[in-house]
Write a protein that binds this ligand. Structure first.
Ligand code: NAD
Length: 534
């Protein structure tokens, strides 16, 4: 395919073919490669290095050397941010190329890739703006107030500091490759850590560019490293005694394994995991808006979003008209047979609230996994309202791609896998409710708790229900506006199976620091500062 050749011409660059360790682009020690394919056709896109435990060790050694040398941690956060912001700018300056790479790697429409890469650059700048904020938090007098004995002894000068943690591992997922990775890289570096990024082997090509951005920005050698590889490389990073924190985005199962690997050494973990978010629709919601929101919620990025709203909880009085309209709209959607060139039509999910194209899922193994869920559901008697199959080649206009029809499963049992487990594809499961209490029960009926949305034209009812939903981010809306959106200053994360810790906002930066008190007695902080500055 012509469009694929264009992307492959970008991928000739050194950074897409080597590991980035100690400020240099180097080959993987064993020289093995991992192939990756264009999801729309199944054609070979690229082969990149399969870094292994020995490469991970080399990256850890480089990061440890930089940590011990201490220049990076010794700078102020604002000084570090002045360097990291050049990396964010580098993303912005290269959006057209990176969006073509992500379109080819993930199979998402170019237009959506370009939009979210703009988000990654903007968010990177936000993290850098927090450099000054972090500096202002150094040597802040402890005055916890509140409660008896809430103030430290008057004769002590007690201050808080926020120290970097040390050498940390950043392990990322493939669905928004650059966004997920740079959301870790930028705060980790602004906070003063030395880091090793291990992108996803499924779609992580754009993340390899972060090594070049670090080199061009002048990040000191060893402070930031990139090792591509599969789960074994991730496992080696998580288990290393030299790595003091793992920040991970990925599946709940892997998150749990990483927590296990970190347990013996008691190193920190920040885990952004899977979801099974509910969209609760009350009967006073505008029907067209409800249908639009449902489509966007489960189909944006092919349903491959951690916060995808893949459970529809609809009030029984409007279930039939809503489902009829949903089926009609879904069956009209065209398949996106060349995401790289989807520049004009693309997926408007993020902008206009409309999902107007069906993208392929990311790879053959995900395709098989999703179809496995559908076969099992059908065998167990779950009713299919629409979809449920692989579309034929003539409908898609391609052969060999990893396409699945947008699928709606109705009258799903609460204990069914398709209600309880993350399918991570274009599959919606539906249950109905009659009372407000039932709506809350249904929304909270899985072990996940990443996001959820309540739709109603009654603000008080929306608020009551939103406050009872157990999820890290809840949207209460009459229009569906803002669904799936994130703001860099608004912390997010998961309850239960959806994670540990919070990303974004100042709390997201604090995750990459250790809080420390320094207790001055016999002399004051002011004395110490005078001596310190000479
Ligand atoms: P995954 O868990 O299969 O892999 C994620 C990363 O972990 C990859 O880099 C992989 O190589 C690595 N890995 C695998 N096994 C490992 C191990 N034992 N030790 C260390 N590293 C290991 O997840 P995925 O398929 O890449 O991503 C999809 C998942 O990510 C979904 O569950 C999705 O919900 C979740 N996700 C969550 C968020 C969030 O913010 N909560 C955002 C995006 C994606």
């Amino acid at each position: 395919m012509k469009s694929l050749n264009k992307v492959q011409s970008h991928l000739i660059a050194e950074c897409f073919n080597k590991l980035y360790i100690g400020g240099q682009f180097v080959d993987a020690i064993d020289g093995e490669k991992i192939p990756t394919y264009y999801p729309a056709t199944g054609e070979l896109l690229h082969e990149f290095p399969r870094g292994k435990a020995n490469d991970v060790d080399a990256a850890i050694a480089a990061a440890e050397a930089a940590w011990v040398e201490g220049t990076w941690a010794g700078m102020s956060a604002a000084e570090r941010a002045e360097i990291v912001i050049k990396m964010a700018q580098g993303i912005e300056d290269n959006i057209a190329m990176l969006a073509e790479i992500e379109a080819a790697d993930v199979g998402k429409p170019y237009r959506q890739a370009a939009m979210t890469l703009g988000g990654a650059a903007g968010e990177g700048k936000y993290w850098c703006s927090l450099g000054k904020v972090l500096d202002a938090e150094q040597d802040v007098p402890v005055n916890s107030g509140g409660g008896e004995g809430g103030v430290p002894p008057a004769e002590w000068d007690v201050v808080y500091r926020r120290d970097p943690i040390g050498v940390i591992g950043l392990i990322s997922a493939w669905n928004y490759p650059m966004n997920v990775a740079f959301r870790k890289v930028a705060p980790a570096l602004v906070a003063g850590n030395c880091a090793i990024l291990k992108p996803s082997e499924i779609a992580g090509l754009s993340c390899m560019f972060i090594g070049k951005l670090a080199q061009d920005a002048g990040i000191p050698p060893g402070v930031f490293n990139v090792v591509t590889g599969d789960r074994d490389a991730g496992a080696a990073l998580a288990a290393s005694p030299s790595v003091s924190m793992i920040s991970f985005t990925g599946s709940t199962l892997t998150g749990s394994k990483i927590m296990g690997a970190c347990a013996p050494k008691l190193s920190q973990v920040a885990l952004e995991l899977g979801g099974k978010s509910a969209l609760v629709v009350f009967d006073d919601t505008d029907l067209d808006k409800a249908v639009e929101t449902t489509m966007k919620g489960f189909l944006a990025n092919g349903g491959q979003i951690c916060t995808a709203h893949t459970r529809l909880v609809v009030q029984d009085s409007i279930e039939a008209p809503l489902l009829n309209k949903l089926k009609e709209e879904l069956e009209k959607l065209p398949f996106c047979n060349d995401p790289i060139t989807e520049k004009d039509r693309g997926d408007r999910a993020w902008e206009d609230g409309m999902t107007d194209v069906v993208q392929p899922v990311v790879c053959d193994s995900q395709h098989k996994k999703i179809m496995g869920f559908l076969h099992e559901a059908k065998a167990a008697g779950v009713e299919v309202l629409t979809g449920g199959e692989v579309p034929d080649e003539a409908t898609v206009g391609n052969s060999g791609g990893y396409f699945i029809q947008p699928t709606v499963l109705i009258n799903v049992e609460r204990d069914a896998d398709v209600w309880q487990k993350e399918v991570f594809g274009p599959v919606l499961s539906v249950r109905s409710f009659s009372t407000e209490d039932d709506a809350v029960l249904e929304a909270n009926s899985t072990s996940f708790g990443l996001a959820s949305t309540v739709m109603s034209s009654d603000p008080a009812k929306a608020m009551r229900v939103a406050n009872r939903i157990r999820a890290g981010a809840v949207f209460a809306t009459s229009t569906g506006e803002g669904l799936l959106a994130e703001h860099p200053a608004v912390s997010r994360g998961g309850f239960g199976f959806s994670g540990v810790g919070r990303e974004l906002g100042i709390g997201g930066l604090h995750e990459y620091t250790e809080l420390k008190s320094v207790n001055y007695t016999g002399f004051s902080l002011a004395d110490a500062k005078k001596k310190h500055t000479g």
